[in-house]
Design a protein around this ligand. Structure first.
Ligand code: NAD
Length: 320
C-alpha cells in the first residue's frame, strides 16, 4: 500500500485530495493547523500542528513516504492577499513551511513531492488586457507577480526545483488557477470570488442587490475541484516535473460569473459595483503545455461546477 502525506489536509483542496487518495487505496497521513471545517477527514492519521515548527515537521515526516503533497500555505482570496496587511505573514509562514517540509523529504529519502504553486506568479504586465492575458508557463520571467503571495510561490517553485537538481528528489509543481467547489471557505474574508458570489446570491432576496468589487469587467477562469485533483494525480504519476498550469481556459468576467450563478440559482439580483481589492485585470489558464506533457487538460464546463457549488453554499446559508 502506498503511503502519502498531505500537508494542508484540513484545507479546501487538501481535504478533497485526502478523499481522492483514499479512494485510490493509499494510506494517508494528513497534517494541518485545523481539522477540515465541513466534513470529517478520511485520513488514516491526522496530526494537528504547525508546520512552521521544525520539531512538529520531524514528527510528521518520520518515515519514507512514497509521496508528499505540500498544499499548506497562508492564503485567502483577494480580500486577504491584496490588501497588503498580511504580506509579512504570508511570505514568512508559507516559505517556512516549504523550507521545513522539503528538507525533511530530502533527508528521509521521500520518492516524490508535489508542490502547489499558483497562477499568482505570472507577471502583472501580461495581465493588463482583460481579453488577452498571457499565462503560458514560459511567460513567468522576467518575474513581476502582483502580490507577495505570488513572490513567495515563485521563490518556493525555485526552492523545489533546486532540490530536484541538487538532491535528485522527484518534484512535481502545479500552478493552480482559482479552484472552487463544495466544502471550500465561503465566508469570513478568505473566500474567493465564486464562493463569495454564491453566498451573496443565496443570501439576497429575489430582485435584491449584491455588491461586487471593482467594475466586474476583470476576467478570470475557475476550475472545479474534481478537475484539479485529476490534474494533480496525473502530474504526480507522470515523469514531468513542471511547473505546469492546472486551470480552466473558460475565461469569464466577474459580472458574467455573477450572471451564471444567478442562472444556476434561478434568481435575479442587481449588481452594485463598489471599491475593493482587485488583483490583475485579466487572467486565464493556458493549457497547451499540460496537453502536450500529460495528454490531458480540464474540460468540465464552469456552469456544471457552479451548480454543485451553489447547491452546497446555499445549504450552508440556510443552516446559518
Ligand atoms: P486552504 O487555505 O483551504 O488550505 C491551506 C491549509 O494550510 C489550511 O487548512 C491551513 O490551515 C493550512 N496551514 C496554513 N498554515 C499552516 C501551518 N503553519 N501549519 C499547518 N497547516 C497550515 O487553501 P486551498 O485553497 O486548499 O489551497 C491549497 C494550496 O493550493 C495552497 O498552497 C494555495 O496557495 C494553493 N493554491 C490554491 C488556489 C485556489 O484557488 N484554491 C489557487 C492557487 C494556489
Amino acid at each position: 500500500m502506498k503511503k502519502a502525506l498531505v500537508c494542508g489536509a484540513g484545507g479546501f483542496i487538501g481535504s478533497h485530495l485526502v478523499k481522492r487518495l483514499k479512494k485510490e487505496g493509499y494510506w494517508v497521513r494528513g497534517v494541518d493547523l485545523k481539522n477540515p471545517e465541513f466534513d470529517k477527514t478520511e485520513a488514516d492519521d491526522f496530526i494537528i500542528g504547525d508546520l512552521r515548527d521544525q520539531y512538529l515537521c520531524k514528527k510528521v515526516v518520520d518515515t519514507k513516504f512514497d509521496e508528499i503533497y505540500q498544499l499548506a500555505a497562508d492564503m485567502g482570496g483577494a480580500g486577504y492577499i491584496f490588501t497588503g496587511e498580511h504580506d509579512a505573514d504570508v511570505m514568512h509562514n508559507s516559505a517556512t513551511i516549504n523550507l521545513n517540509i522539503l528538507d525533511l523529504a530530502k533527508n528521509m529519502g521521500v520518492d516524490k513531492i508535489f508542490y502547489s504553486s499558483s497562477a499568482c506568479i505570472y507577471p502583472a504586465y501580461n495581465q493588463e488586457d482583460p481579453d488577452n492575458p498571457n499565462c503560458a508557463e514560459s511567460s513567468a520571467y522576467p518575474a513581476a507577480p502582483d502580490s507577495e503571495y505570488g513572490w513567495e510561490k515563485l521563490f518556493s517553485e525555485r526552492l523545489y526545483l533546486s532540490y530536484a537538481r541538487n538532491y535528485n528528489i522527484a518534484v512535481r509543481i502545479a500552478r493552480f488557477h482559482n479552484i472552487f467547489g463544495p466544502e471550500g471557505t465561503w465566508r469570513g474574508g478568505k473566500e474567493k470570488a465564486p464562493a463569495a458570489l454564491c453566498r451573496k446570491i443565496a443570501e439576497a432576496p429575489n430582485s435584491g442587490t449584491i455588491e461586487i468589487w471593482g467594475d466586474g469587467k476583470q476576467t478570470r477562469s475557475f476550475l472545479y475541484i474534481d478537475e484539479c485533483l485529476e490534474g494533480i494525480r496525473r502530474l504526480v504519476n507522470s515523469d514531468f516535473t513542471g511547473p505546469v498550469n492546472i486551470g480552466s481556459e473558460e475565461m469569464v468576467s466577474i459580472n458574467q460569473l455573477a450572471e451564471m450563478i444567478m442562472k444556476v440559482a434561478d434568481k435575479k439580483v442587481s449588481i452594485k459595483h463598489i471599491d475593493g481589492p482587485l488583483g490583475v485585470r485579466g487572467r486565464n489558464s493556458d493549457n497547451k503545455f499540460i496537453m502536450q506533457k500529460l495528454g490531458w487538460a480540464p474540460s468540465l464546463k464552469l456552469e456544471d461546477g457552479l451548480k454543485k457549488t451553489y447547491q452546497w453554499i446555499s445549504e450552508q446559508v440556510r443552516k446559518g
